[in-house]
Design a protein around this ligand. Structure first.
Ligand code: 5RP
Length: 223
């Protein structure tokens, strides 16, 4: 199976976690796009979605799914999202699609995080994928220096020849060269740095379940 077919498989499998009549938390990315397409097949049986990005909102609405603002909803039963890396404990690196801050917010208001990922995302230790960090622009250089002191190299994410600006009006750093052996401690540490909006380690908002697309079908990992 191709990676795209594995993404379709887990996107469809995630429907199992969506309760009739509920509002669903929806992440961002190419795997989530497969989930959104699958969700459209039951759009008349759900109340709607809370979205983690402008891109997902656009796709949900185009398929006729009502999108609620996060502040209109108290708690969500489930949040469904992809990952750039996920480990044996459900800790993740996220933010390859630049939506990490809103993803963490919607994950935090959800009782269960179901991660959908193809097998290439499953890793022993987080850190091979460049770690996304959303920063306030004036802090970008200083935060990059702080990563350097930890042995990481931070690069400003560029799009169309200019710094990428997130849905929240901020910049993104992508940090290579880190081995994140204690994700909870690492997330706590980087969150303290002035100017960091969100670090793309999802340890406090880790996955409870991962639907992993493999050659043998969808494996369900429970953490
Ligand atoms: C977006 C994300 C995505 O979930 C992550 O980048 C995985 O994306 P894809 O499903 O396209 O591989 O965190 O900010």
């Amino acid at each position: 199976m191709t990676q795209d077919e594995l993404k379709t498989l887990v996107g469809q499998a995630a429907l199992h976690y969506v309760d009739a009549g509920s509002i669903v938390g929806v992440g961002t990315g190419s795997t989530v796009n497969k989930f959104i397409d699958a969700l459209a097949t039951m759009k008349d049986r759900i109340a709607g979605a809370v979205s983690s990005s402008a891109a997902s909102t656009e796709r949900l609405q185009a398929l006729g799914i009502k999108v609620f603002d996060a502040s209109e909803v108290d708690e969500l039963a489930v949040y469904i999202d992809g990952a750039d890396e996920i480990d044996h404990a459900g800790y993740m690196i996220k933010g390859g699609g630049a939506a990490l801050t809103r993803e963490k917010i919607v994950a935090a208001q959800s009782r269960k995080f179901v991660c959908i990922a193809d097998q290439s995302k499953y890793v022993a230790t987080l850190g091979c994928y460049p770690l996304p960090v959303e920063v306030i622009p004036m802090a970008a250089k200083r935060v990059a220096q702080q990563f350097l002191a930890l042995g990481g190299t931070a690069t400003l994410r560029i799009k169309d020849g200019a710094p990428l600006v997130t849905d929240n009006g901020q910049y993104l750093l992508d940090v290579t060269g880190l081995k994140i052996t204690d994700p909870l401690a690492f997330e706590s540490q980087v969150n303290q740095w002035p100017g960091v909006v969100t670090v793309g380690v999802f340890a406090f908002q880790k996955a409870h379940v991962c639907l992993l697309g493999t050659e043998d079908g969808v494996k369900t990992l429970v953490f």
